[in-house]
Write a protein that binds this ligand. Structure first.
Ligand SMILES: Nc1nc2c(ncn2[C@@H]2O[C@H](COP(=O)(O)OP(=O)(O)OP(=O)(O)O)[C@@H](O)[C@H]2O)c(=O)[nH]1
Ligand SMILES: [Mg+2]
Length: 317
């Protein structure tokens, strides 16, 4: 490893927030050093507890993340927060609101907050989030909270990164609970009914219970339902206790490795697809791509043979 890189990584691992910010930007922008950094950082990752928090826009995700971060800081655990908004083309809007709300954490170097949107994630949002999480993990953060608006495919991919997934529901969205597809039942390790100060929390709880009786999980865990009023800090201790319970369960049943293996299978395939495509595109300049497309359109060549040829060429390299 070159000397600069080594010094950089050392600073990052000593907890220097500026080194952390710089590393995350490098990874987000897929700068030339990104790959070497990630390779060197990966062996240092794997120690953080990664918690995914997902729910509809405005469900109170940021408020809950904020409260949980406070909770963990009281236990002297360092926290990294990644707020991902796949619906936003830029880091503004709702996420800007998060920044303002989180401002009082800025004095505490034990909390590091990063907002990400579609913009600036060349390698796909899920992949970039995964890499940023690896950086936070390797930098020595004890807990990483990932906030994402849910739930579409992008978010499922993001949430898959987490060791523990919390799905946040709110009362007064009655129909939404129905439209929450089977997907969400499968990814939720813990349900939170936030805004329980509003009418209808019991109804949401009953609906979740009813859906739970139909859902099949491969483990024997029944996701608990925790009622919170995040804006008043109510129910946070219970949520933290539920998280600790599930963490203990994962450990007892040796599920962390199993879960991570499943995640890595998917991620490896994605990384391979990206890498192979990149290689093919490097060989096939835009000019040649256009020429070949025109040939196919004019029926001078068939695409099936062509793809075989291109893949064959990659193999020889
Ligand atoms: N009444 C009530 N309001 C809450 C509660 N929790 C959060 N809020 C309010 O709900 C609004 C949205 O909260 P956020 O934490 O920004 O929600 P979010 O899910 O992060 O929103 P997006 O990131 O925009 O999707 C804010 O005005 C909060 O103050 C709660 O338990 N009860
Ligand atoms: Mg938010």
């Amino acid at each position: 490893m070159n000397h600069d890189l080594e010094a950089w990584i050392e600073r990052l691992r000593s907890g220097d927030p500026r080194a952390l910010a710089r590393t995350i930007s490098t990874v987000e922008n897929r700068a030339p050093e990104a790959s070497a950094l990630l390779k060197a950082l990966f062996p240092h990752s794997g120690k953080a507890r990664i918690i995914g928090m997902t729910g509809a826009p405005g469900a109170g995700k940021s408020t809950l993340v904020d409260q949980l971060a406070r909770h963990y800081r009281k236990q002297n655990r360092t926290v990294g927060i990644v707020a991902v908004d796949p619906t936003s083309p830029y880091s503004g809007g709702a996420i800007l609101g998060d920044r303002i709300r989180m401002q009082d954490h800025f004095a505490d170097p034990g909390i590091y907050i990063r907002s990400m949107a579609t913009r600036g994630s060349l390698g796909g949002l899920a992949r970039t989030t995964a890499d940023v999480t690896t950086v936070l993990d390797a930098s020595g953060r004890d807990v990483i909270l990932i906030e994402t608006v849910g739930v579409g495919q992008d978010e499922v991919d993001i949430v898959r990164l987490a060791d523990i997934t919390v799905v946040i529901l709110v009362p007064g969205m009655g129909d939404d609970v129905q439209t929450i597809k089977a997907g969400i039942m499968e990814i939720a390790d813990i349900f939170v009914i936030n805004k329980s100060d509003r009418e209808g929390a019991e109804r949401v709880e009953r609906e979740v219970r009813a859906m739970q009786s139909l859902a099949i999980r491969t483990d024997n865990w029944t996701p608990p339902i925790v009622k919170t009023v995040a804006s008043e800090g109510k129910g946070i201790e219970k949520l933290a206790a539920a998280l600790a319970d599930y963490e203990a369960y994962l450990q007892r049943e040796n599920l962390v490795i199993k879960r991570n293996t499943e995640n890595w299978r998917e991620r490896l395939v994605e990384m391979l697809r990206d890498a192979l495509l990149e290689q093919a595109r490097a060989q096939l300049g835009d000019g040649e791509l256009n020429r070949l497309a025109a040939d196919i359109a004019e029926h001078k060549r068939d695409p099936y043979t062509l793809v075989e040829e291109i893949v064959g060429r990659l193999r020889k390299n």
